[in-house]
Write a protein that binds this ligand. Structure first.
Ligand SMILES: *[C@@H]1O[C@H](CO)[C@@H](O)[C@H](O)[C@H]1NC(C)=O
Ligand SMILES: *[C@@H]1O[C@H](CO)[C@@H](O)[C@H](O)[C@H]1NC(C)=O
Ligand SMILES: *[C@@H]1O[C@H](CO)[C@@H](O)[C@H](O)[C@H]1NC(C)=O
Ligand SMILES: *[C@@H]1O[C@H](CO)[C@@H](O)[C@H](O)[C@H]1NC(C)=O
Length: 359
């Protein structure tokens, strides 16, 4: 009995001395659930996650999580996500570890169709959470989905799917998809992929700053495609600043879809954006998407109000510098300044002219 108490006191002292309970370093999938329950500072190291299993990290309020080594998932055709991080006021540090999606096992050049591929990382954090230094390698398809999150900062992410360029195998590998959230900042990050660097679908109060995007489809808004029940297709107060987009289909791409009915896009700003080697459109705003395709006939179901561009400069490697396809009454109050996209093969085309810009 005495020995037991001494041991107990010693271990309590050990916990108090160090915020990290040594056995809170988890190296096998079977240890994750218990550690999530008992640890407020958790390390996940060199883990292999079984097939068709989401590594669900539902962290205790205020907890911290650090990754170490390489985290991998066994192969299976399923929807994913491979990992989901949830929690209030949490801190997640990638700390140089690699989350390796091993996308090549799924890549068939068909993205959302063909083999069933898992989405990679879903983030549902709240309350001032911070996720930083996270490295995602070779996403099977969409990389990061921020969904039902609030007041969260993503800092120093590296998303590298450039291996999917070879043979055009990687497809629909969006960097950051953001919907149904508010108060999200994504900053100081690099995305090398084959689809949107950022795609905002829904939500408000988003900041994207100091992003370097290459190989993909640019800084996008895509609104009105999914009729999430009870929530309108509204995007409000989104700022992209100090971003670079190179060797991509588009630089800036704002598209609205007529599938889900009414909605709105307002108070969206792009400032200090540098483009180079853009293949299709430097800046494209189109209100003509239906069933995933551009129809050429714009609709005003999702009006775009106050789309501000300031100091957006760059060069094309083909295509058209500026394309604006607004429906009658679909666009209003767009202050643009310092917008210059050069060396497109086709002349600009605009059915609506922003103030401060001559098409
Ligand atoms: C440390 O955490 C593990 C769970 O991972 C738990 O079983 C163990 O009791 C904890 N150690 C101490 C000394 O509290
Ligand atoms: C911008 O992000 C890169 C990482 O992509 C980082 O190295 C650089 O320090 C950041 N710049 C600022 C001003 O924070
Ligand atoms: C816009 O979003 C930013 C970032 O979350 C926030 O700081 C700002 O207050 C918002 N502006 C308005 C008018 O809501
Ligand atoms: C979009 O149009 C292309 C041809 O332009 C067609 O091949 C494709 O099936 C269409 N996609 C959808 C979702 O209808």
């Amino acid at each position: 009995m005495k020995l037991f108490i001494v041991t107990l006191l010693a271990s309590i002292a050990a916990i108090q001395a160090s915020p990290l309970n040594a056995s809170c370093t988890v190296t096998s999938y079977s240890g994750v659930a218990a550690a999530l329950q008992s640890c407020s500072a958790l390390v996940i190291k060199d883990l292999t996650v079984p097939a068709k299993t989401t590594l669900e990290l539902n962290l205790k309020s205020g907890a911290s999580l650090t990754f170490a080594g390489t985290i991998r998932w066994e192969y299976a055709q399923w929807q994913g996500p491979l990992i989901e991080i949830k929690g209030n006021k949490v801190t997640v540090n990638g700390a140089g570890a690699t989350l390796d999606g091993q996308g090549a096992k799924w890549w068939d050049g068909k993205g959302d169709s063909g083999k069933i591929k898992p989405k990679f990382l879903r983030i549902k954090t709240t309350g001032g959470s911070v996720l930083k230094n996270i490295k995602l390698l070779n996403c099977p398809k969409q990389c990061v989905s921020i969904n039902s999150a609030s007041n969260t900062v993503l800092d120093h992410f590296t998303i590298d799917v450039s291996a999917g360029d070879s043979g055009s195998k990687g497809h629909n590998t969006d960097g950051f998809d953001v919907s149904s959230s508010t108060g999200i900042t994504v900053q100081n990050s690099v995305v090398k992929n084959q689809d949107d660097c950022v795609a905002v679908n829904q939500g408000s109060n988003y900041i994207f700053q100091n992003l370097t995007c290459s190989g993909g489809h640019g800084l996008s808004l895509s609104v009105g495609q999914t009729s999430a029940s009870g929530s309108a297709n509204i995007v409000k107060n989104v700022t992209f600043s100090d971003c670079t987009v190179t060797n991509s289909d588009n630089g800036i791409h704002v598209k609205t879809h007529s599938d889900a009915g009414a909605g709105s896009v307002s108070d969206v700003t792009y400032k200090n954006i540098k483009l180079s080697g853009i293949r299709k459109y430097g800046i494209s705003v189109q209100e003509d998407y239906e069933k995933g395709n551009s129809t050429g006939t714009p609709k005003a179901n999702i009006p775009i109000t106050k789309l501000t561009l300031s100091n957006v400069k760059g060069t094309m490697s083909g295509g058209m510098g500026v394309y604006i396809l607004c429906a009658s009454g679909g666009c209003s109050n767009w202050p643009w300044s310092g917008v210059s996209i050069t060396s497109g093969k086709k002349s600009n085309y605009c059915t609506f002219t922003p103030s401060g810009f001559s098409c």
